[in-house]
Design a protein around this ligand. Structure first.
Ligand code: SF4
Length: 298
């Protein structure tokens, strides 16, 4: 096996593939509401991800719709996707998570968030949920470079991530770290540095996102003004393959691409074909004689 992928992990643990229920929990983001920024990260769309989710549905309605569309023996991951899903008072978080966890077939609670929205209280709450089901905390780090973090208007620096990481470790919470390959100003060197940084942490999981320029974002404006050029598919595959090769074998690779919402893609064109991207990364890794962990520090 070239890498330790998510479907393999789920099959080994639960005996079958699982469906992800992407949930818009009605949260906001401190990088948009003025707490640490007002315009958000330069690649972020108006919905803060999860654009395919019907925003008029309650959490319960979103979950019930997914449950009823699947066969009775399907298991599920409840994934709070849009914006920052730990950015609310604890009681609100509890209510919203409970509104999703309405069926015993939902075996995993996954929460997408930012490191500056992780504190002791949040960790204690998530640790409570982890007593009855698997819990994943998904952190959008994207890069280990503070210079790039400022360039993409991420709104926090690496020291904030490291504080959150320490807390998540303290509470034994499974963490999935997101990296974006191809951010403005980043080439092979920066991409490798981020991958090596994350590899050294040896998190539960990693998501590698191929960058895409989405309509009506600050990145789209940079692209229009020729201030940003996305990587080619070859460049992406080479950087992703390197990232896989430095990741310890235990790290579960949750994804290898980024999905732009239908009709919203400005560039690069290759981002439309997810299967082609994955095949290209696999071929690059294999062609270089590597696999996940082959360059990992022992
Ligand atoms: S942290 Fe996430 S939701 Fe907030 S602005 Fe950045 S990408 Fe968007």
């Amino acid at each position: 096996m070239l890498y330790n992928n998510l479907s393999g992990y789920l099959r080994a643990k639960y005996g079958k593939r699982m469906k992800k229920i992407c949930i818009d929990g009605g949260f906001c983001c401190p990088n948009r509401d003025g707490k640490c920024g007002t315009v958000g990260c330069i690649y972020c769309g108006e919905r803060g991800a999860g654009e395919h989710i019907d925003p008029t549905l309650s959490i319960g309605e979103q979950v019930r719709a997914a449950l009823s569309a699947a066969t009775a023996d399907t298991l599920f991951i409840a994934y709070f996707q849009n914006f920052t899903n730990t950015y609310a008072p604890i009681q609100v978080l509890r209510e919203r998570y409970d509104a999703a966890l309405i069926d015993p077939r939902i075996r995993i609670l996954s929460v997408g968030t930012r490191p500056d929205c992780i504190d002791e209280e949040v960790c204690a709450l998530l640790a409570e949920y982890s007593k009855t089901r698997e819990v994943w905390v998904e952190l959008g780090l994207q890069t280990s470079s503070d210079l790039t973090a400022d360039r993409i208007n991420r709104g926090y620096h690496l020291d904030t991530f490291e504080r959150a990481w320490g807390l998540l470790k303290k509470y034994s919470l499974k963490t999935v770290i997101h990296l974006i390959i191809g951010l403005p100003g980043e080439g092979d060197e920066e991409s490798r540095a981020s991958a090596e940084y994350v590899a050294a942490l040896s998190p539960f999981g990693v998501k590698l996102h191929s960058i895409y320029v989405m309509r009506d974002t600050a990145l789209a404006e940079m692209y229009r003004q020729n201030l940003y050029t996305p990587p080619t598919l070859d460049e992406y595959a080479s950087r992703a393959a390197y990232a896989l090769s430095v990741m310890p074998e235990s790290v579960v690779i949750h994804r290898l691409t980024g999905d732009c919402p239908e009709g919203e893609l400005v560039a690069p064109e290759w981002n439309k074909d997810k299967n082609k991207i994955i095949a290209h990364v696999n071929a690059t890794l294999e062609g270089e004689g590597h696999r996940q962990g082959s360059r990992a520090k022992k």
